[in-house]
Structures are given as structure tokens and as C-alpha cells.
Ligand binder design. Structure first.
Ligand SMILES: Nc1nc2c(c(=O)[nH]1)N[C@H]1C(S)=C(S)[C@@H](COP(=O)(O)OP(=O)(O)OC[C@H]3O[C@@H](n4cnc5c(N)ncnc54)[C@H](O)[C@@H]3O)O[C@H]1N2
Ligand code: MOO
Length: 410
């Protein structure tokens, strides 16, 4: 099988964005179980947060104008008319010349617009000497300062973080609609590939790396992983195992067997899973060119190159956006890559995007990316690396000191 018409990375990402959508209906989850899940609804607050004006300090609620000009030598004199209790309504109206004791978080009484801190007053019986002036609104959170009633607090497509759940709790939402986690199945191929557990390797055998790396990245990005194990280079067997796994999952990943060798059945297997079949056969990258993307029904199927570095980079580059897509994540507006200067010349070719493993080093003149060279069969080169620098498809190479974009590997 030849790669007649390879697609660029951006073309492939556009195909992913056009072809794949969340196809499982949203589910309802308690907010305490929703961290990391993607919202499937717009959340509009039915309440103000806080729903009353509250003090941010321990002190005395006052009218700011009653404190104007107050200083150590010339305090303002106010009457203490009430003491507000935590978690209770402030019931006494505050009038001109008056103050009410208030704890941090206590409700501001009607008539007050600010709080003077306890450090800046002196209580003498029911009289208060105020030694500092305060401005209106000082030391106060007004009703609705955090969230307004009717405000859109989060939109569908937002991945829920701890602080998001905090807001949901504040507005009284106990449950939210989220997209279910996609299930991803991974099947490794190759007569030479054996499970991690195998103690003594026979000549020619290698332990499975790709199922492990790809499974870990998939989990980092919200997927549930089903390990399909390893299948021999036998078309009937491979097709049957792929079909069995495909039927259990939302995304199928096949590792190895993507290249041009006569025993490389991956494309045939992918075609056998259903229409429309292969969408991308070869991506203009180095490494990772023999990457295949197919669609069978609603489900994506991806064939990754066997070399472990290529498999990991291509999974990160293409399958992670795919997983995000299936979870309904809104397209990111910001570029999450770092900018760094490359520490030496690196050649590339126009029409192909190169991914260079790099270490990062903070120097006096900024962040530098130091290439880690090595064949894409050497997984330990990725252990040494902190990022992957991109040499864009329109460049023949990058000169020492030129700025490159770096994806962090986490
Ligand atoms: N004549 C050509 N040969 C190759 C080309 C080419 O264009 N012309 N492309 C090369 C590139 S680039 C890559 S990448 C590989 C991709 O090959 P396959 O996807 O068919 O993968 P395999 O042949 O099955 O394996 C390649 C290599 O990786 C090892 N491997 C495979 N699976 C695993 C695994 N799960 N864990 C660890 N290591 C794995 C396998 O033993 C091989 O050494 O093709 C090049 N050849
Ligand atoms: O593209 Mo292969 O994926 O260079 O190692």
C-alpha cells in the first residue's frame, strides 16, 4: 500500500473536526463526580452569589461618609446600635452616625455601605472611635458580585475544573449534564510484539510499548481504556479481533502494521469495519507518516505507526483532539504551545511538518529547546524529552536561535 496522497496535519485536524461529534447522549452527574468531564449544557444562574452584601473583614458596618476625614488625631465618633451574627439576617437599619459590629462574612445591614476594620477602631462601651476613613464599598462584597442572577456562568463544551464545580455549588446546582467519557480500545499488532509480563524474550521479540503509552495518554484526556492486547500478523485473526473490540468502544486504535510491508493489513481491517472507511492514509509528518484515520459509522478508527515515538507523537497530535471532539470540547481559542529558541540548526522539508523531541532550558535570554536526537524506535528519547518542537510544513528547516513552538509532554 503506497501513501499516494498524504494529508497535512492541519488538513487532518480539519477532517477530524468535520467528521466527528459526540454521538453518545449526555448524562447527568452529581457535581462531585463531574471534575474533568465536559459540560453538555449552558449553565445559567438562577441566583445571585452572594445573595446578600457581606463583609470581608471583622469590623464595624458604617456609612462611609460618616468616617470621612477620620484619623488617629481626629477620630469619628459613632454609636454602636447592634451586633450582627454570622449566618443571620442583619435586621436593624443603620442610620447616620451609627455603626454595627460585623464578623467576616456577616450580612451588611441596610443603610451601611462599607466596613471599617477592627484594627482601626476603639470600642468604649457603646461608643466607637473610628481612626481611619473608608470608601463606599470598602471591605464589602455586594450581592451578585460573584455571580448575577441570569448570568451565563459556563457554556456547553467547557471541561469542568475544581473552580467550576465551586461555582456550581455556590448557585445550588447539585447535578450537571455532561458528555460521557469515550471508551477507547487499543489493539497492537505484530508477530514480534509480546506482553509486558513476558519474562524471557525470545530473539526478535519486543515488549508492547504502544498500548501502554497510548492508553495512558487517552486516560489523561478523559477516555476509558479497554486494552485489546496483541494480535498476530494474520488478516483473519486481526480483522476478527478488531471487529470484536470495535463493537465495544467509541474509538478504536490499531498500533503497528500501518506501513507498506506485505503483511501490513491495517488498512484492510479498517475498511472492513464499515463505511465511509479510510479518510486519511498517510500524514505529511516526520515521524509518523504512516498514520491512518478511518470512520466506520460514527466511530473513528486510527492506525498508528509501530515505532513507539511515532505512535506517541501522532496519538498526541491527532487522537487527543479527536477525543476532545468526541467529548464535545469547544475548540480552543488559545495556542497552548510554548515558544522557545532552538539550540541548533535542524533541517526539514517543505510540505512536511517535523516534530523534534526537545529538552527545555531557561537561560538569561529566555527559553531554549535543545533537540534530543534518536530514531523513532527509541522510546527512552521521549523520557529525556520535555516537549516536542514543531517545524512547520512551509519551512526547509530552522536555524539556531530561531523560535519554535513546543508542545509540552506531560
Ligand atoms: N520501506 C519502507 N519501510 C518503512 C517505511 C516506509 O515508508 N517504507 N516507513 C517506516 C516508518 S516511518 C515507520 S513508523 C514504520 C511503521 O511501520 P508499521 O506501522 O507497519 O509498524 P510495524 O512494522 O508493525 O513496526 C515498526 C516498528 O515498531 C515496533 N513496534 C510495533 N508495535 C509496537 C508496540 N506495540 N510496542 C513496541 N514496539 C512496537 C516494531 O517491532 C517495529 O520495530 O515503518 C517503517 N518502515
Ligand atoms: O514515521 Mo516513522 O513514524 O518515522 O518512525
Amino acid at each position: 500500500m503506497k501513501f499516494f496522497k498524504v494529508k497535512t496535519v492541519s488538513e487532518t485536524l480539519s477532517i477530524i473536526a468535520e467528521q466527528f461529534h459526540p454521538f453518545r447522549p449526555p448524562i447527568k452527574l452529581p457535581i462531585t463526580e463531574a471534575c474533568g468531564m465536559v459540560l453538555a449544557e449552558d449553565v445559567i444562574s438562577g441566583e445571585q452569589v452572594p445573595h446578600f452584601a457581606r463583609s470581608t473583614v471583622d469590623g464595624f458596618a458604617v456609612r462611609a461618609q460618616d468616617t470621612y476625614g477620620a484619623s488617629d488625631s481626629l477620630p469619628a465618633f459613632l454609636d454602636i446600635t447592634s451586633r450582627i451574627e454570622m449566618g443571620r439576617a442583619a435586621q436593624v437599619l443603620l442610620k447616620e452616625g451609627q455603626a454595627q459590629a460585623i464578623p467576616t462574612g456577616g450580612m451588611l445591614p441596610a443603610g451601611a455601605d462599607s466596613v471599617v476594620m477592627i484594627e482601626h477602631v476603639e470600642e468604649i462601651g457603646e461608643l466607637l472611635n473610628v481612626y481611619r476613613q473608608v470608601a463606599p464599598g470598602e471591605n464589602v462584597i455586594r450581592a451578585g458580585d460573584d455571580v448575577e442572577r441570569g448570568e451565563l456562568v459556563m457554556s456547553a463544551g467547557h471541561r469542568l475544573r475544581p473552580q467550576d464545580l465551586g461555582v456550581l455549588s455556590a448557585i445550588g446546582r447539585t447535578e450537571v449534564q455532561v458528555f460521557p467519557r469515550p471508551t477507547i480500545g487499543i489493539l497492537s499488532t505484530g508477530d514480534e510484539v509480546v506482553p509486558t509480563e513476558k519474562k524471557e524474550l525470545a530473539p526478535g521479540e519486543v515488549r508492547d510499548i504502544n498500548s501502554v503509552t497510548v492508553g495512558a495518554i487517552a486516560r489523561q484526556h478523559g477516555a476509558i481504556v479497554i486494552q485489546g492486547g496483541i494480535v498476530r500478523d494474520d488478516y483473519e485473526l486481526f480483522a476478527a479481533r478488531a471487529r470484536e473490540l470495535f463493537d465495544q468502544v467509541d474509538v478504536l486504535i490499531l498500533s503497528g502494521g500501518s506501513s507498506v510491508g506485505t503483511r501490513d493489513f491495517t488498512v484492510q481491517v479498517m475498511q472492513s469495519l464499515g463505511e465511509p472507511g479510510v479518510l486519511v492514509h498517510g500524514v505529511a509528518t516526520k515521524p509518523g507518516k504512516p498514520t491512518i484515520l478511518a470512520k466506520a459509522g460514527d466511530k473513528p478508527v486510527m492506525g498508528l505507526p509501530g515505532h513507539p515515538v511515532s505512535a506517541q507523537i501522532m496519538f498526541q497530535l491527532l487522537a487527543v483532539p479527536l477525543l476532545e471532539r468526541l467529548q464535545g470540547v469547544r475548540a480552543r481559542q488559545t495556542d497552548v504551545r510554548l515558544s522557545a529558541k532552538l539550540s541548533r540548526n535542524v533541517a526539514s522539508a517543505v510540505g512536511r511538518t517535523d516534530y523534534i523531541r526537545v529538552k527545555l532550558e531557561e537561560r538569561a535570554d529566555g527559553l531554549w529547546a535543545i533537540p534530543v536526537f534518536g530514531k523513532s524506535g527509541l522510546i527512552s528519547t521521549l523520557v529525556e524529552s520535555e516537549g516536542i518542537a514543531e517545524i512547520p510544513e512551509n519551512k526547509e528547516g530552522v536555524l539556531e536561535g530561531e523560535t519554535v513552538k513546543v508542545y509540552l509532554i506531560q
